[in-house]
Ligand binder design. Structure first.
Ligand SMILES: Cc1cc2nc3c(=O)[nH]c(=O)nc-3n(C[C@H](O)[C@H](O)[C@H](O)COP(=O)(O)OP(=O)(O)OC[C@H]3O[C@@H](n4cnc5c(N)ncnc54)[C@H](O)[C@@H]3O)c2cc1C
Length: 390
């Protein structure tokens, strides 16, 4: 069997890795990626954070597998005994809620505990005792993660997944897909920018924010939208201990990064044009207008916050329910989607890649049932909503 994977970010690399691990030499895997630097890829531009705190059990379980791969990187990603460093820093998420948000936090907590996550609910008095730098008087509840959360270097992560996939026999080709040819309701070949034509039995869309554009090449709708997200790198002259990744009740977030901090906010802005996703155009106005006031309210020491620099990347958002689309396209059985992770695809890449490989090669999920992510639900109009979106 020949499989073409379109996109060589963390998701495409994980798909390739597990296709080879499961299928061995019987599966020829070609990964098409035009940019070996991954400079515009979400994987390299992300905040690189891993959490257990979702509103759906399967998302918790996907993160748990992601964390397993990270914490046992030598086992899962090691090549010829060389050490694997993805820049992992164990940490925690701290979701803060006002009285209005507390019931959602309680509901999510029950789901997370049911899925085996190490999480604890904290009342304002516990919070104040534990995090003296945090303003708690307008908070009703918080949820703090334990083992299984932290952050890594997204680019190193994508590269490590890719290196393992290549060691297992997947081939990388520096090229982009500019056309997808169909015959009899199935895709038969990819046309490449170089002029080459690549015939295959299955095609996997792992193009991140460009997923919709790749779908259009096949004449098939893929309802994934690119939305700009800016990450701000900050310093604070007032010394603070390392902080968890705090998701404030306002929706703004921040966490320690080295000796400083990073932070951001997800605006409800419109879609970007996936054919024109410029690099290095962070929305700097967000800092003064939105982020700084919210962070200074939550952490009084942040009144003196200093903006060092900022960057922008693109979330690949599936607006129906903010959950991924994993599985064959409803209108084309050999066009596989692994898209629309809405800001948590880095940590879910291993589980998504493993699941897609299982379904593609054996016809069923073997390790973790990902059928809730089936693209069929879009046709049926059945949302599978993830509420804990940052
Ligand atoms: C600012 C920001 C913060 C984030 N924070 C987190 C976080 O803390 N934790 C987390 O888990 N996730 C986070 N994410 C989300 C995460 O980064 C993505 O979900 C994940 O990286 C998606 O990986 P991918 O491989 O699908 O996409 P990408 O990494 O974007 O890779 C897609 C690749 O497809 C290639 N491609 C595009 N078109 C074609 C074509 N026609 N032919 C061939 N190749 C093509 C591109 O060159 C690109 O390299 C964040 C994202 C952003 C933008």
């Amino acid at each position: 069997m020949r499989v073409v994977v379109i996109g060589g970010g963390a998701v495409g690399a994980a798909v390739a890795l597990f296709l080879r691990q499961l299928g061995g030499a019987a599966v020829e895997v070609q990964v098409l990626e035009p940019d070996p630097t991954l400079a515009r890829s979400s994987s390299a531009l992300s905040a690189g954070s891993v959490r257990q705190q979702f509103s759906n059990a399967v998302n918790v379980q996907m993160s748990a597998f992601g964390h397993q791969v990270i914490s046992q990187a030598a086992h899962w990603l090691g090549v010829d005994g060389a050490p694997v460093d993805v820049g992992w820093v164990p940490g925690a998420y701290l979701f803060c809620a006002s009285a209005a948000g507390a019931p959602v936090l309680q509901h999510n907590h029950a789901v997370q505990r049911g899925a085996g996550a190490d999480v604890a609910l904290l009342a304002p008095a516990d919070l104040a005792a534990r995090f003296a730098w945090l303003r708690c008087d307008d908070l009703a509840l918080a949820s703090l993660g334990g083992a299984g959360e932290g952050w890594l270097d997204g680019e190193a992560w994508a590269r490590a997944l890719g290196a393992k996939a290549r060691a297992l026999g997947a081939q990388w080709r520096r090229d982009s897909v500019v056309g997808l040819q169909a015959r009899g309701g199935r895709l038969v070949a990819a046309q490449l920018a170089s002029g080459a034509v690549l015939a295959a039995d299955a095609f996997v869309n792992a193009a991140g924010p460009w997923a919709g554009t790749v779908g259009a090449l096949a004449g098939l709708p893929v309802p994934v939208h690119a939305r700009r997200r800016t990450v701000f790198a900050l310093t604070c002259p007032t010394p603070l201990p390392p902080t968890p990744l705090v998701v404030d009740a306002s929706g703004c977030w921040f966490r320690s990064e080295g000796r400083g901090f990073i932070g951001g906010w997800s605006p409800g802005d419109g879609d970007a044009d996936p054919d024109d996703l410029p690099l290095d155009q962070p929305d700097l106005a967000q800092f003064d207008e939105r982020l700084w006031p919210a962070l200074a309210h939550r952490v009084p020491a942040f009144e003196a916050l200093r903006l060092q620099h900022a960057w922008a990347g693109y979330y690949e958002v599936h607006p129906l329910d903010h959950n991924a689309l994993i599985g064959p396209h409803p209108q084309c059985a050999n066009f596989w989607l692994c898209n629309g992770f809405s800001g948590h695809g880095l940590q879910h890449a291993p589980a998504a890649g493993r699941g897609l490989a299982e379904l593609l090669l054996t016809g069923a999920y073997r390790s973790l049932d990902l059928s809730a992510f089936s693209p069929q639900r879009v046709l049926a109009g059945q949302a599978f909503v993830e509420q804990a979106i940052i």
